[in-house]
Design a protein around this ligand. Structure first.
Ligand code: NAD
Length: 359
């Protein structure tokens, strides 16, 4: 079978992880093109990864090289127009998180996807480590019982200099602070396990950094299955950690990591009466794969070969983006927000900050 022809747009920091991860997939994929508006970065990247087609704009790549799949590794504000261009040209697109700046933009991509036959997917790599896959499998089998309570913490640290990069910490280019840009990873895994959320109550604060957006948000979230979760997103936490905890009727399942987990970062604590059954199921589940871009890319390639929408598909991405919008809507209206409140007439549908933040 011919290799899948992939192009990378935006050749900055995360693009190198994309290129290294694509390389690790071997002959299944070929990096045939790269695009950047910065000629020096483009040349350095293309030389390093031996990329034949080099372009200063996406339109030229789409016309001349017609890639099967485009990885968008540009700053968040450019994701929507670039993804639209890919879908219109019939190329599948895998966009870095956050997929768009707003729910309105994401819905436009869903509409373009419907018309084009090509697919749009978002990079949420923490769904794809075997720890998360094992948890999902155990939950589906019923061995854990009902989910009751969850904790979802992204307590990270970014100093003031981090926000010197011109697109960071601004509503119009990044779409938010740690809720949109960092905690979205953990919130996506939370939603992947617990499903549809129904209501959120949140606060957002500017605790320490000079920037437009929040540097801390805290929320409690209700899910359609009856579970409730506590979410913290912070960029001012000196001892950094990503922590997810799920309390089911028959066991607590936890993962503690920072930017990626392995199997050893997971811990399961069953009730004494269900220990035998729960631990046996946990030990025989999938194992051996860290949460990383490579794990997701392998699934994206598999899905495209099978003619199915690659993960994380637009509907799943939208649910996570809806929760992000819900956190901001609740924080800035100072009231509980239901998922249904974020319809097209809500100011938080068009912009994450709605009609403007209220601190
Ligand atoms: N999944 C993850 O764990 C993870 C981690 C870090 C960053 N990210 C995401 O990756 C994206 C990029 O972040 P980064 O840190 O690599 O940014 P970066 O600033 O290092 O790189 C972005 C590159 O895109 C180029 N660019 C900008 N506009 C362009 C356009 N219209 N066409 C072509 N090239 C353009 C810039 O010149 C630059 O080289 C962001 O969405 C960020 O949130 C994801």
């Amino acid at each position: 079978m011919d290799p899948l022809r992939v192009a990378v747009v935006g050749t900055g920091n995360i693009a190198r992880i994309h290129a290294d991860s694509l390389r690790q997939l071997g002959d299944d994929v070929r990096l045939i093109g790269a695009v950047d508006v910065d000629a020096d970065r483009l040349a350095a990247f293309a030389d390093r990864y031996d990329v034949p087609a080099r372009h200063s704009d996406l339109t030229s790549l789409l016309e001349k090289d017609r890639p099967d799949l485009v990885h968008l590794c540009t700053p968040p504000g450019s994701h929507h127009p670039l993804a639209l261009a890919c879908l219109t040209a019939g190329s599948n697109v895998l966009v870095e998180k956050p997929p768009t700046l707003s729910l309105a933009e994401l819905d436009e991509l869903v509409e373009a996807e419907r018309k084009s036959g090509a697919s749009v997917a978002t990079v949420f790599q923490h769904r794809f480590g075997t720890g998360a896959l094992r948890l999902r499998a155990l939950l589906d089998s019923g061995v854990l019982g009902r989910p009751l309570v969850a904790v979802c913490h992204t307590t990270w640290f970014r100093n003031q200099a981090y926000f010197d990069v011109e697109w960071r910490g601004r509503w119009d280019t990044e779409g938010g602070g740690p809720t949109m840009g960092h905690g979205i990873h953990q919130m996506d895994l939370l939603c992947a396990i617990l499903g549809d959320w129904t209501e959120v109550s949140a606060i957002a604060r500017q605790q320490a950094r000079r920037m437009e957006t929040e540097d801390v948000s805290m929320a409690h979230v209700s899910f359609a299955n009856g579970a409730v979760a506590s979410v913290v997103n912070s960029l001012v936490s000196v001892r950094e950690e990503s922590y997810l905890r799920f309390d089911f009727e028959r066991a607590t399942v936890e993962v503690t990591h920072l930017y990626g987990y392995g199997d050893d970062d997971w811990r399961i604590t069953p009730t004494p009466e269900h220990a035998g059954e729960v631990l046996a199921a946990w030990r025989t589940g999938p194992s051996g794969v860290r949460s990383a871009h490579r794990a997701q890319f392998a699934e994206v390639v598999r899905a495209l070969r099978a003619g199915t929408p690659p993960p994380v598909n637009s509907a799943e991405s939208r649910r996570t983006m809806g929760l992000v919008a819900g956190v901001y809507a609740s924080a800035f209206t100072r009231s509980a927000v239901r998922a249904a409140d974020l319809a097209a007439d809500s100011p938080f549908y068009r912009k994450m900050e709605g009609n403007g933040p209220r601190w």
